[in-house]
Design a binder for this molecule. Sequence first.
Ligand SMILES: Cc1cc2nc3c(=O)[nH]c(=O)nc-3n(C[C@H](O)[C@H](O)[C@H](O)COP(=O)(O)O)c2cc1C
Length: 124
Amino acid sequence: MEQFLAADAIVIGAPVYNFTIPSQLKAWIDRITVAGKTFTYTANGPQGLAGGKEVVVAVARGGVRAPDASGEFGEPYLKFLFAFLGIDNVRFVRAEGLAISPQQRAASLSAARAAIADRSALAA
Ligand SMILES: Cc1cc2nc3c(=O)[nH]c(=O)nc-3n(C[C@H](O)[C@H](O)[C@H](O)COP(=O)(O)O)c2cc1C
C-alpha cells in the first residue's frame, strides 16, 4: 500500500478470467484499498486519497469483447475502483482473441505493442 501511494505510475497486467479480473489482482486491490490511507469516508460520501497517478492496464483476452461490452466486468470494475481511490487517469491497452488462432494472437499482440509504443493510442 505504501508502494502504491508513493508511485507516480502504475502498470497492471489484467488477463480476463471468467469475465472479470483474476483473483490474484483482486487480492492486491484488497491490500491497496484502505480506509484512511487511499480513500476516506466523509459526510458527503467517499473521497479518494490516491490521486495524481497514471494507471495503465494491459488487458489480455482469450476471446474478443462483445461490441456492447456485455458480460465483461473487469475493465469497468477497474475504472470504478481507481476513480473511487481518486485516480481518473486510467488507460487500457488490449490484446484480444489470443486463443482464437495463432494468427489472431500474433496480430493482436503486435497491435497492442504498437499501441504501447504510441502512448496516445491507449484507450480510455
Ligand atoms: C481461468 C481462466 C478463465 C478465463 N476466462 C476468460 C474469459 O472469461 N474471457 C476471455 O476472453 N478469456 C478468458 N480466459 C483466457 C485468458 O484471458 C487468456 O488466457 C489470457 O488473456 C492470457 O493469454 P495467454 O494464456 O494466451 O497467454 C481465461 C483463462 C483462464 C486461465
